[in-house]
Design a protein around this ligand. Structure first.
Ligand SMILES: NC(=O)c1ccc[n+]([C@@H]2O[C@H](COP(=O)([O-])OP(=O)(O)OC[C@H]3O[C@@H](n4cnc5c(N)ncnc54)[C@H](OP(=O)(O)O)[C@@H]3O)[C@@H](O)[C@H]2O)c1
Length: 261
């Protein structure tokens, strides 16, 4: 049986923690008693987050998750310096909207390298260690955009669908070895990532509320963590629709967006 990790088991490591969801989650987990190691490319932003800690401890660890060798070195060095990574939140990711008119394979490749291979590289470094210890917890951050291909999100939806499938594939085996793997599928959360969106985002969630829901999900063993719940259930329903109906709704979204743009 798997159980959620606790601060007594070691440290927490969050990638993509220099802003947005990762930043708020790091500050929350530190308040809950975790020593949190935070990674992203911008060292200065990581130090700002660490300086904001009022309770607990946050250690910045600059890292580009698309650099495989650097990820392997970082996991080794973090464990050597701060003890076992008991909880890993693989959250680094980005979005680049892309219309059919501007479709570029390069954008697909870049998002897959960060949103899928970046997470996979972290998993490759973490899993042998956790499996050997017979415990550990990893949360892979994906998105409800991975449930179905959404308009203007050909690259993003493809990458998030891949991340969900990867986590689904790994969960049963890891569970039998004592390692808890979860997937996190947020709806819209107000962060620098969604600040770029020019369309109205239904049920846009405050980032602090999102971090609270995220942290609550990490205290359970349920496979999927979702927030805001109502919006995510709505997208789950959309995922179940037959193509004819789903594509009609999607066409509606496209024409609404082109009218507002
Ligand atoms: N906001 C939403 O509505 C929403 C919804 C569903 C899913 N998500 C997912 O949630 C995650 C966090 O998104 P967010 O909204 O909090 O966006 P954000 O504020 O833009 O945060 C993205 C984080 O990823 C880091 N990052 C980007 N490239 C990196 C790289 N190569 N190596 C290491 N870190 C890298 C960024 O830091 P640096 O630039 O310093 O590297 C930043 O800390 C993403 O995976 C996103 O897809 C967000």
């Amino acid at each position: 049986m798997v159980s959620p990790a606790s601060p007594r088991d070691g440290c927490a490591w969050i990638t993509g923690a220099s802003s947005g969801i990762g930043r708020s989650l790091a500050l929350r987990l530190a308040r809950e008693g975790w020593h949190v190691v935070i990674s992203a490319r911008r060292q200065g932003e990581l130090e700002t987050v660490a300086a904001e800690t009022t309770h607990g401890r946050i250690t910045p660890w600059a890292l580009d998750v698309t650099d495989g060798a650097a990820v392997a070195d970082a996991v080794r060095a973090i464990e050597a310096k701060h003890g076992p990574i008991a909880l890993a939140v693989l959250n680094a990711g980005t979005h680049q909207p892309m219309t059919a008119q501007n479709f570029r394979a390069e954008v697909v490749d870049r998002l897959l390298r960060l949103n899928v291979t970046g997470g996979a590289t972290c998993l490759e470094a973490l899993l042998p260690r956790m499996r050997e210890r017979g415990k550990g917890q990893v949360a892979v951050v994906s998105s409800v955009a991975g449930y179905r291909g959404l308009p203007t999100a050909a690259a993003y939806s493809a990458s998030k669908a891949a991340a969900i499938a990867m986590a689904e594939s790994l969960r049963p085996e890891l569970e039998s070895e004592g390692v808890l793997l979860q997937v996190v599928n947020p709806g819209f959360v107000k962060t620098p990532l969604t600040d770029k969106n020019e369309f109205p985002m239904p049920m846009l969630m405050d980032v602090e509320d999102a971090a609270a829901a995220f942290a609550k999900g990490l205290q359970r063993t349920r496979f999927e963590i979702i927030f805001p719940r109502r919006f995510c259930y709505f997208v789950k329903l959309y995922r179940c629709l037959p193509y004819a109906l789903a594509l009609r709704i999607a066409r509606g979204m496209v024409s609404k967006a082109s009218q507002s743009g």
